[in-house]
Design a protein around this ligand. Structure first.
Ligand code: FAD
Length: 531
């Protein structure tokens, strides 16, 4: 039951450990250190990049729950790493507060997993990704020592990993961070590599640990900043005949303060339409791209006024681009909800596909500089169509960050070559456009072998290696993530591969249930005993 997660990866772990508190984690890490045993940290296993699927000892941190502690006055919450995002937000809501990082997986992903991947959501357009909301991290380091790393405070004393970092890596990181290859300039979201530039800017180890995907330490507790919940929102739908005009409109919406601006590509709308989905019935057939745009306000009237202002600006863009766009405000809260439900209209259809057609997420997370978004979407459409592969493209238009679900028929003898070729072509396209391969899902085992292309600067990758080596010289934390292992392949075990040995039937049933019902937060051993 731990051999698969939400992405495409399959690897059977050597064993599974289910710590029930931070002390258990320390004991486990000390044991692993003494035997040089690889540990694969896992929250809910909803990550897409295969960072929580591996052949070491899998560490299920989802039982580190318990009540969080809310400090309403300071607008902060402390919670165990295994708490789900929505549980933390529900606690915040009791005092009118909000965690504005709201991934679509918020119901089931853990805050530990969100920290590890620098997760984001629709509202990251305005409020940023996880990194900016993390105040302190309670960590277990490679020798089993436990310490809190806090923003604005010096690193905790007496932690060998942190002493080694200061002695062996700090300088190299500062130097590399000054080089142009240390960032993908112009990209608005980043979950790839170690965040050296953020670290160099703030000097806070929190910034380096966020996004480190379980490769530097195991996070057992998190302190997050919160903000007041928005008073009201109002939304609009804008359908464009031209992808370029839609992309320009997304930039205008972002600069005008939209709180969310999401993209449904033509491929998405057509896929839902062809499957008989009524929710897209009102969208003109000739639309190349649809934007869903949200405005916030302290009151309903303020939010509506802000949405009207956005509508007028988008209408101007459409006029300038001679685009006969359809731009509609949602007239009621129900209509607004229906509009945002559109974003998820493809998911149930994807779940009902011919069982041989697999929605494989392996080019699902690229973010490019915003002025390159149209070129990127066109390039992905082309790469899919030349291979005769249907794909569903959607994402975060305002952040120029795009998810792609190619539908692969695993009965085709050459499916693996097709997947390999597609990954290669799209990777090259992202690199050529100056983008990142991972905007919010992280590198995982899927993308780590591609880091030489994604981060071509030798000094940058050299600094990544130094960071890893200083924190974890024995390589016990999630080996094969962030720093590739010799001979590691991007597409190793793919769970849809029909030639893989079948999992035992109770495990298969449990995993199918997790995927179909999206109960990634359920305790796998309990599911196994039920199935
Ligand atoms: C339907 C669906 C929608 C999604 N939507 C979004 C979205 O909108 N935005 C987004 O950003 N992501 C999204 N995701 C991806 C996923 O939910 C996020 O990456 C999430 O942050 C992973 O949390 P998790 O608890 O499932 O972590 P896991 O998948 O278990 O782990 C992810 C990574 O974090 C590491 N890790 C986990 N916990 C810890 C810990 N305590 N200490 C150290 N390392 C740890 C793991 O080793 C792994 O490398 C979506 C996934 C699904 C299935």
């Amino acid at each position: 039951v731990y051999s698969e997660g939400a992405g495409i990866a399959r690897a059977v772990p050597a064993a599974v450990a289910v710590p029930k508190d931070a002390e258990d984690v320390r004991t486990l890490v000390k044991w692993a250190a003494s035997r040089k045993q690889a540990l694969v940290p896992r929250g809910s296993g909803s990550g897409m990049a295969g960072g929580a699927v591996g052949d070491g000892v899998l560490v299920d941190l989802s039982r580190l729950t318990g009540s969080g502690k809310l400090d309403a006055r300071a607008q902060r919450v402390r919670c165990p790493a295994g708490a789900t995002r929505d549980a933390v937000d529900a606690l915040a809501a009791t005092q009118g507060l909000w965690l504005p990082v709201d991934p679509s997986s918020g119901k089931f992903c853990t805050v530990g997993g969100m920290v590890a991947t620098n997760a984001a959501g629709a509202h990251s357009l305005r409020y940023g990704a996880m990194r900016s909301w993390v105040n302190a991290l309670d960590c277990v380091f490679d020798d089993g020592s436990r310490a809190e790393v806090r923003r604005g405070s010096p690193p905790p004393a007496g932690v060998p990993a942190l002493e080694r970092f200061a002695r062996d890596a700090e300088r190299a990181v500062q130097d590399a961070a000054r080089g142009p290859a240390a960032v993908h300039g112009g990209v608005r979201k980043e979950s790839s590599g170690y965040a050296m530039a953020d670290y160099a800017r703030t000097g806070s180890l929190v910034d380096l640990l966020v996004g480190s995907e379980g490769t530097l330490a195991i996070v057992v507790g998190v302190e997050l900043s919160l903000m007041p919940r928005p008073g009201a929102t109002a939304s609009l739908l804008a359908a464009f005949r031209s992808l370029d005009v839609a992309v320009e409109a997304a930039g205008v919406a972002r600069d005008a303060g939209a709180s969310a601006c999401e993209l449904l590509d033509r491929t998405f709308v057509e896929f839902v339409r062809d499957a008989g989905g009524q929710s897209v019935a009102g969208i003109p057939r000739e639309s190349e791209a649809v934007l869903l745009v949200e405005a916030e306000g302290a009151t309903v009237e303020e939010a509506k006024a802000a949405a009207r202002e956005l509508r007028d600006r988008l209408t101007e863009v459409a006029k300038r681009g001679r685009d006969a766009a359809l731009i509609q405000l949602a007239p009621s809260p129900q209509a607004e909800k229906a509009l945002w439900d559109l974003r998820h209209a493809a998911s149930p259809i994807l779940g009902r596909l011919d069982p041989h057609l697999k929605s494989m997420q392996f080019i699902e997370d690229a973010a490019v500089p915003p002025d390159k978004l149209a070129e990127y979407v066109r390039g992905v459409r082309e790469a899919l169509s030349t291979r005769g592969i249907r794909g569903v493209i959607f994402g975060h238009a305002g952040d120029a960050h795009v998810h792609v679900n190619p539908l692969i028929d695993v009965r085709r003898a050459e499916w693996r070559q097709l997947v390999d070729g597609l990954l290669k072509e799209v990777t090259a396209l992202v690199v050529q456009l100056g983008g990142t391969l991972a905007g919010e899902h992280g590198d995982g085992r899927l993308r780590t072998p591609l880091l030489a292309q994604a981060w071509p600067g030798g000094a940058t990758r050299g600094a990544f290696e130094r960071i890893k080596k200083s924190f974890d010289p024995a390589g016990i934390f999630n080996p094969g993530v962030k720093v590739p292992l010799p001979g590691q392949r991007a597409l190793g075990g793919v769970k849809y591969d029909p030639t893989l040995p079948a999992l035992p039937a109770p495990a298969r049933r449990a995993l199918d249930r997790v995927e179909a019902d999206r109960v990634y937060d359920s305790f796998r051993l309990e599911l196994l005993s039920l199935s």
